[in-house]
Structure formats: C-alpha cells, structure tokens
Design a protein around this ligand. Structure first.
Ligand code: SAH
Length: 214
C-alpha cells in the first residue's frame, strides 16, 4: 500500500477540517498532513482513513479520531527533541505524529498483538520510537523523567507513577473519567511537589486497563 496523490489530497482536506474545529498549532497541523493515516488502519476501514473519526484496530481498541490526536498534541506544546512518553501505542498513529513534531518518543502498549503490529507499521515507515510492552499505569521508569506524558486511554484517576515520572516544568495530558465520557485533563508540574490541573472539554476514549493483556 502506497501513499498516493489521492491520499495526500484527502489528508490536506482533513487538515483543513481539524483547523476549522479550532486546532491552530502549526507543528501539529503539519504532522497530521505528513503521517499516512491509511497505513495505520485496519483494512476493513481503509476507505475512511481520512474522515475525522475513531475506528476499530483489533483487540477491542481504536485508532483515535484525528481531531483528538491533534487536540492532545496541541495541549502538550511539544518542542523538538523533547522526551515524550505515550501510554497506549495502539496503531502507532499518535506516536508517528509526535515523531513528526520532532519529539523523542517512548511508547507503551499492554496488548501484545497491537504492540507487535505498531512496531512493524512504524518501522516500515521509518519512524523510530522506543517501544515497550507492559502496563502504562507503571509508566516507563527506566527512561524517566519525561518532558511530556500523553495518555491515550481513559483513566478513572491520574496514575501517581506518571506524575512521579514527569520533569519539573513538564506536562501530562490524560482523559480522566469513566465509561460515560471523560474530561481532558492537563497537569503541569510546577515544582517537585506542586501540580497544576486544568480541564479541557469532554471526550470518549477506550479505558486504561491494569496489567499486561498477553
Ligand atoms: N494512541 C493510539 C490510540 C490507541 S487506543 C493510536 O494512535 O492508535 C488506547 C490504547 O491504549 C489501546 O491500544 C489499549 O490497548 C492501550 N492501553 C490500555 N490500557 C493500557 C495500559 N495500562 N498500558 C498500556 N496501554 C494501554
């Protein structure tokens, strides 16, 4: 499967749509314009790759809606060379967007088949995050601290270990809530012991589950 002229055209339209919904971060828009989302999709939904919706990717999981990817990426205010931990690799699409923004990406997934598939997709496209198979509630302590942490599944509350692995001055973005919808929470670590929390609208994510799925 290639990245055709038609795919590039559809992507430009998607960028315009995401922009019209309020995303103005140029680095985010440029990354959405570059990453071939159709190569991260399950083949049954490939014709819908450039519609602004979430789709199943197997194992009961979804590739996030492009607007949501853009929104979370904007809230993180990514700068080139920053160390970013993503919890919930899924298809690998969000990781590719962060890499296009110049971040160094560490990504963790608890479902073994998605972990394997995302690795092969990202490698094929030349994207090189650090991959981890495990429980994102634990973070990835061996590479801490992170400038930014992005959680792409819904947690009932903010995991303590993720707060601990955030640099002072760093930002954590995470949807917090239950299965009826979540609030997008942004936490800035202002010092060793002080965290400032703000809320940024309602979203619907698959749940952040404890433990490895195997
Ligand atoms: N960022 C993904 C979206 C994936 S949906 C993308 O761009 O496609 C959320 C993902 O989080 C799912 O793949 C799910 O398996 C994973 N997940 C859920 N709980 C987790 C946990 N505790 N640790 C790591 N990954 C988890």
């Amino acid at each position: 499967m290639e990245d055709s002229f038609q795919h590039k055209g559809l992507r430009k339209k998607l960028v315009e749509l995401v922009k019209s919904k309020g995303i103005s971060d140029v680095a985010v828009l440029s990354a959405i314009n570059k990453v071939p989302r159709h190569l991260f999709m399950d083949s049954s939904f490939i014709n819908f790759s450039y519609s602004d919706q979430a789709f199943p990717i197997g194992s009961g999981q979804t590739i996030s809606q492009p607007y949501t990817v853009a929104f979370q990426s904007s809230l993180l205010e990514i700068k080139p060379m920053e160390k970013v931990l993503e919890v919930g690799t899924g298809s690998g699409y969000q990781a590719a967007v962060l890499l296009e923004m110049g971040a160094k990406v560490y990504t963790i997934e608890r479902q073994r088949d998605l972990f394997m598939r995302a690795q092969s997709t990202l490698k094929m496209l030349g994207y090189k995050p650090h991959f981890f198979y495990g429980d994102g509630y634990e973070g990835v302590p061996s590479y801490q601290p992170y400038d930014k942490i992005l959680v792409t599944a819904a947690a009932p509350e903010v995991p303590q270990k993720l707060l601990e692995q955030l640099k002072v001055g760093g930002v954590l973005v995470i949807p917090v809530g239950g299965d009826k919808g979540q609030s997008m929470v942004k936490i800035v670590r202002e010092s060793e012991s002080s965290f400032v929390r703000t809320e940024h609208g309602a979203f619907a994510f698959v749940p952040l589950l404890k433990g490895k799925a195997g």
